[in-house]
Design a protein around this ligand. Sequence first.
Ligand SMILES: [Zn+2]
Length: 137
Amino acid sequence: MAEKNLPKINPIDRPFWQGAAEGKFMLQHCRTCGKLQFFPRAVCTGCFSAELDWTAARGEGKVHSFTWVFVPRNPAFKGEVPICYANVLLDESVIVESRIVGKGVEEIKLGDRVRVVFQDTSDPQIKLPVFELAGRS
Ligand SMILES: [Zn+2]
């Protein structure tokens, strides 16, 4: 049986994963121009400054786009098809690629409100952010 790959944590994204383990969705914040960004990078995508720190997002947003995956590239996800793969526009105006899971997902529509939840993995240090439709659990 195929196993799900876990993220390989590096010095740039370590604060993100530490936050996720505590149930927080962390965004990078540029101290030079104020831009928020996801995913974690070495520099700001707005001004190339390396003066970045971290802030916790509210963890809520809306469905910006989505598709259904019936043939996952990693066979470890076969048991979860169809997978709702989405771009979520966080309330902080940052787009996050993730999965939408849970109650009501089969009726998902563009613009639906979602909130982040964190799934346990085989590594107790790593929790994976996914999103659920708000108000349906
Ligand atoms: Zn910047």
